[in-house]
Design a protein around this ligand. Structure first.
Ligand code: GDP
Length: 463
């Protein structure tokens, strides 16, 4: 990737819209824009102040292609850290393409996916974790994912990591200073104090790593395994919650053979609903595989939603509970009595008491007649128990960051262990530097072309 080129791309979504934005970045891009722009006041863009907007015409072959607003930003105070021009034109595909072509014909190159953000990173406008959060912000689809991405972009996580790295640097300098005086057997760094620092770091890093469970659930959806006997109405409910026909609904037992998975937003949270094969003794081989998957999905879930046929006998439901309860570990179990439209008020009262102690979270619904569904959604949101994410909370939601934190945690644990075992300074210093390395991977202090390609390749063009 050549850094000094002027890059150009359409930054708004593909297709027709009210307006579209063509973006340029790179040294000389304001002059390039001048070559096709006829401002109303006749003053060249190059002579205008930074962060200003200008109205005029985009000219092609001496004819007006469009009337547009042109915003100019000057290095280093722009998104990319370079000169940037944004042309807000009418959103016709023809106009967008022609403006882009115009710049390409005059020497700009088409931006690679994520190249604007990558330049922002390379020019020190943001660190790597912030650059990644730009993609997350664009993809955010619920209040919670938006909050996570926004916090990360504003640098809360980066600041925390910078603090930790600074402390590690201080730590390693002390230890390495001793190495410069090998024959004198000095100890600049008080070992007890070092141990305290290392333990403290371990706590901080562990806390960040632990937040991934929450961050991942928020970002990719709180996993909910929908279980229950075949024909209890799981697919009907899933379709209803997802607002689409995804699972096959039929009267024939055992039609949902595989796990069907999709995400849906409820109460500002993203849930990942997993419909599973029914819990039923079966000789059908394919279904047995499905059953194994059911138990696997239960393991992965945060919430297990058991759909029981409200019309089934208490005895039968008790039998099922005996199969289900032993496989529930840390998950929260919610019991939904479906087909409640089919039972009398008296039987319903009876069911209300059934298994009350073992499964306190319960609800009566009718998937077919769409009764109790919004109550079920509220119940799931409450049971998910996702804490309100504050503006300053640092929560890790990126698997790359999590992997690096786990490595950093291993390294700092080796340091603590090393201090306990009175290891020599050179061994300690290696582990401290390892820890710094892994934290640096997150912020991009340490990065390889491969890491960067991987991250920015997933962006869209124009971002
Ligand atoms: P699954 O095997 O658990 O996925 O069950 P399905 O969703 O395929 O439903 C099985 C049958 O029960 C279908 O005929 C549904 O129309 C019916 N059904 C589902 N929910 C309800 C309900 O709330 N009330 C009634 N009366 N029938 C339902």
């Amino acid at each position: 990737m050549q850094e000094n080129n002027i890059i150009a791309a359409i930054s708004t979504p593909a297709g027709m819209g009210g307006i579209a934005i063509v973006r340029l970045s790179g040294d000389g891009c304001i002059e390039l824009a001048d070559s096709v722009f006829k401002p109303v006041g006749n003053k060249k863009l190059g002579e205008q102040k930074a962060n200003t907007v200008h109205f005029g015409s985009i000219m092609k072959d001496n004819a007006i292609l469009d009337e547009a607003l042109v915003s100019i930003f000057k290095a280093p105070r722009s998104f990319t850290g370079e000169d940037v021009v944004e042309i807000s034109c009418h959103g016709s595909i023809y106009i967008q393409q022609n403006i882009l072509q115009l710049f390409i014909s005059k020497g700009a190159v088409l931006a690679q996916p994520g190249e604007f953000t990558q330049r922002a990173f390379l020019n020190g406008r943001m660190d790597l974790s912030q650059a990644e959060s730009v993609a997350d912000l664009i993809a955010s689809s619920s209040a919670a994912t938006h909050r996570l991405a926004m916090n990360q972009m504003r640098g809360g996580f980066s600041n925390k990591l910078a603090e930790l790295r600074a402390e590690l640097l201080n730590f390693v300098s002390l230890v390495e200073l001793e190495l410069d005086f090998p024959e004198e057997d000095v100890e600049f760094a008080n070992r007890e104090r070092l141990k305290e620092t290392a333990c403290n770091m371990e706590l901080h890093i562990a806390k960040l790593a632990e937040s991934f469970d929450l961050g991942n659930a928020v970002k990719h959806g709180i996993p909910v395994a929908i279980i229950g006997e075949t024909n209890a109405g799981k697919s009907t409910l899933l379709n209803l919650l997802l607002h689409e026909e995804k699972a096959i609904v039929s009267d024939i037992h055992g039609t949902t053979r595989d796990v069907i998975e999709d995400t849906v937003n409820m109460h500002g949270l993203t849930f990942r609903l997993m419909d599973t094969a029914g819990i039923r003794d079966t000789v059908d081989e394919i279904e047995s595989i499905g059953m194994e998957r059911t138990f696997k999905k239960i393991e992965q879930a945060h919430i297990v939603l058991w759909i029981a046929d409200a019309g089934a006998t208490d005895e039968h439901i008790g039998d099922l509970a005996e199969k289900i309860l032993p496989v529930i570990r840390n998950q929260k179990l919610v019991l939904a009595f479906n087909k409640s439209d089919m039972i009398s008020a008296e039987r319903k009262k009876n069911k209300e008491r059934l298994l009350k102690e073992e499964i306190p979270e319960r609800i009566f619904i009718s998937a077919k007649y769409e009764q109790g569904i919004s109550e079920l959604e509220s119940l799931l949101a409450r049971v998910a128990n996702i804490p309100e994410i504050g503006e300053h909370d640092v929560i890790v939601a990126n698997v790359r960051h999590y992997a690096a934190l786990e490595n950093a945690l291993d390294a700092i644990r080796r340091v603590v262990e090393g201090l306990n075992l009175h290891l020599s300074g050179d061994l300690l210093s290696r582990d401290i530097r390892d820890c710094m390395h892994y934290l640096g991977e997150i912020t991009g202090h340490i990065s390889t072309d491969e890491i960067l390609r991987n991250i920015f390749g997933k962006f869209c063009i124009g971002k």
